[in-house]
Design a protein around this ligand. Sequence first.
Ligand SMILES: Cc1ncc(COP(=O)(O)O)c(C=O)c1O
Length: 331
Amino acid sequence: MAAFGTVFMPEMAISWFDGSSWSAAEVVSSESLQLHPGAHVLHYSSTCFEGLKAFRHQDGSINIFRMDRNIDRFTQSSELLALPAIEKAATGKMIIDIVRRFKDEVPEPPGSMYIRPTHIGTEPAIGKAATPSVTSCQYILLSPVGDYFAGGDTTLRLLLEENGARCAAHMGMIKSGGNYASALRPIMKAKQEQRADQVLFCPGGDVQETGAANFLLIDGNEVITKALDESFLHGVTRDSILTIARDLGMDVQERQLTIDELLERAAKPGCEAALSGTAAVLTPVGTLIHNDKEYPVGNGGIGATTLKLRQALNDIQWGKAEDKHGWLTRI
Ligand SMILES: Cc1ncc(COP(=O)(O)O)c(C=O)c1O
């Protein structure tokens, strides 16, 4: 099967901001995008994006998961990057219209249609290092994706990184390309030197997130994860899993978690850890690596609570459980 995010629908929705207003949305080929080589985004990284999914239900309907939350975050990222303001309703319509256009291509669960709204600064101006782009472009790409867990469930190995950071502390809650570029070197090093799958960034010993997912510690009835602040991405999956855990009567703690507490709790037999994200859903973590030592989480295998929470989330997404929080937009 093709790697996640490498197959695209042939068309995308697009709209341009000319400095005073947004153009009417159009549907154009997704093969290419014409930009001036001096476009602001290509030099000063004025870019943000989103990732969300549309699911096919058994009754044939197509349902987008937590679209409003993702548009809120897209709007906030644009604002914090000094990009032109997003019009939420227009972006929502672009998303719905393009997904509707390709509704027949939305895979059956466990597959889905991954939706990638993108916003970039387009002004051709290479002297604007300290000035925002006046013009911008917003487009919605679609990519059908299969089962992330195909090939059997395995657990991840995470390197705990105390000294580096994923990105600048004030940029963490912005879903912007530069943050991912900034995290690449430590991730590649951890893969090569420690056979780690991901780096869990823990600046100053404070357990934060990985390069593309949030981190949850599940210890019996307790779910522990870092409280929201501007230093990391406010995952929509994180929020959904915490809501489901609360609904199930679990003790959800959004607070600081230190490496010391994490390693101490992980050593207990029933302890579990997982990464949450739109792509990863809820992926079990089996091993933590710290100062060249390996620490299994619980028994190192896949945790039963992790699987239960993932199933509960998938059941809502796939239309098999009641959507009592109104998370689905049926189109
Ligand atoms: C850095 C980072 N943290 C966390 C997440 C999880 O966010 P969400 O659950 O909204 O996909 C992502 C994106 O998937 C991410 O890129």
